[in-house]
Design a protein. Sequence first.
Lengths: 308, 315
Amino acid sequence: MTESGYRARRREQRQQYRWFWILLAAPGILWLLFLFIVPFYAMLAIAGGKLNLIFEQPIAIWNPLQWSSANLVKAWHDVAGAGAFDGPIVLRTIVYVAIASALSLVIAYPVAYFVARFGGRRKGLLLVLLIAPFWISYMMRMLAWIDLLQINGYVNKALALVGLPPVGWLGGLSFTVILGLVYGYIPYLILVLYAGLDRIDPALIEAGRDLGLGRARTFIRVTLPMSRQAILTGLLITVLPMLGDYFTNQLLSGTTSTTMIGNVIDGQLQTPAFQAEGAVLSLMLLLVLTIPMIYYVFATNRSSRSAT
Amino acid sequence: MSAADVTTGARPAGEAAGARTLTGRLLPRPNPWRHPWFLEGFTWLYLLWSLVPIGLAVLFSFNNGKSQAVWQGFSLRWYFTDPVNSVLHDPNLHAAVIQTLRLSVYTTLICVPLGVAFALGINRWRGVVSASANFAMILSFVIPELIFGVALFFVFTDLFTFVGLGTWAEVLGLVTWNVSWPAIIVQARLVTIGKQYEEAAADLGATQMQTMRRVMLPLLAPAIFASAVLVFSGVIDDFVIVDLLNSSAANTPMSVYIYSQQHGGNGGPALNALGTIMLVMTFIIAIVGYLGYRWMTRGERGSRVDALATLAGSD
C-alpha cells in the first residue's frame, strides 16, 4: 500500500470510530457536568438567592436574571465594612498561610535536594519514608500532635527536663496552628520539589563546579533557577488546600483567637440562616484562587508535554 | 602570604577568597564534592519529626488507660477487650470502620471505570467539548476541597434533593473528587504506549472493540491498577467532603468520627485505635499496590523508584 493510501485509510478509520470515542468519554463528561459544574451553579444560586424569613433557610434562585445582591452585600460588610468581624480573620488566614508555606519551603527544599542529588543507594528507602505521610490519614497525623502537645504530653515533659514550665499548646496558640499546617501539607511540597530536582541533569551542576563556582554559587546560579517551576507549583499545591483548611485549626486550637476563613465557611454551613453567606464567601475565595489554579493547570500541562 | 597560612588552611582576615598567585589559587577551598553531612542530618531530622509522632500515636492506641499522653502499660482494650468502649464493641466506632470501607469500595467501583473510559475517549476524540471536559477534570484536581465540598453540599440539599445528604451524596462527591486519578494516570500511560499497537491491531483486522479488549486494556492494566489503589486509599483518608456530606452517625466514616470526637477535648485512645486501623488499611493497600504494580510492569524499563512515584500520584 502506498504511503498516501495508508494515510487515507487511517483517516477513514479515525472517522469511522469517532463515535466510539465519544461514547466512551460521554459518561465522564456528563458526570463532570452534573457533579462538578452544576454544584457550582447551585452555589451561585444560593449566593444570589433569598432568605426564607420564617424558616430562616436559604432559598435558591435558579434564574441568573433574578439574582439578588443581598447576600453579597452582607458578606462584603462582614469582610470589609466597619466593625467587620471577618476582616481580621481574612488577614489572619493570609498571615498564617504565608508563614506556614514559607516555613514549609525552607524545610522541604533541603530535604528534597538531598534525596534527589545524594540519595544514592538509599534513595528507595528515603522515598518510602518521604511518601509515608502521604498514605497516613490527615486525622491520624493531627491526632499524633494532639497527643504530644497535651498539657501532660511528651513535649511538655521534654521542656520540664530542661527546667521550663509547661505550655498550653492546644489552648489557642498561633504557633501550634502554623506548626500543624506545616506538618500537614509539607509532604506534598517535598514530593513536587523532589520530582523537579530529580529531573535536573547532574552534569549541569558538575559543569558549574568545574567552571570554578563554589557550592553556594552553583546552587544559586544553576540549581535554583532550574527548580523555579517546581517551587511555584509545589507552593501552589500547599497554599491552595491551606486556604481552605478548617480542621487543622479546629483540632489544634479550637478557639476563636486562631479562626481562619475556612472555619468561618464551615461554621456558616452548620446554620441554615448563614448558609447563603457561606456560599458567597466560598465564591470569593474561589475567585481569588482562580488565577493561581489556572496557572497550575497550564504549568502541569506544559511540563507533562515536555516530559514525553 | 606565608606558607604556614596555606598549610593550616587559615584564611587571613581581610583577604577575600580570590587571593591567587601566578600558579593558581593558593588558598584551599572546601572540596565541592565532599559529602553534604549537614543536608543529610537535616533530612533525617525531618524524617524523625515527620514519623515519630505517628509512631507514638500508634503506641498510645495500645495504652492500658484513658490517657493519650501518659503511658500506662500495654493492652488491647481499645481494640477488642473493653466490652463498651473498644472499636469492636462500640457501635459508633465499628459503624465508622464499616462506613469507610463501604465508601472506598463503592467509590473505587464507580470511579475507576468512569475515569478510564473518560481518559480513553478524551485522548482520542479531539474537540472543543473534550478539551473543556479535560480542563474541568484537571480543575477538579486543584480546587480546594472545602470550596468543592460546599458546592456539593448545596447541590444535594437544594437541587438534587432526591439524593440528599448521606452515603450516596458522599459516594457521588468522592467519585467526582477522585476521578482525576484514573483520568490523569491513564492519559499519561496512553502517551507512553503510543499508537502503534492499536494501529497494528487495526491493520490485522481487529474491530475497535476487539482492539480495546485484547490490546489496549492489557497495556493499560498497570495504570488502571495504580489509579484504583490511589482512589481506594484516597477515600479512606478523605475528610472534608464526607465531613460536609454526612447526615448521621450511620454514615460517618472514621476520619470524620475522629475529628468530631477529638476536637474540644480528650477523645481517648479508642480514637488512636481507629486511626491505627486506618493506617494499617492504607499501608496494606500501598504494599499490595506496590507489589502488584511491579508485577504488572515486569519486563518494562523503569525502577522501584518509578513504581513508588506512580503510586504516590506524582507520575
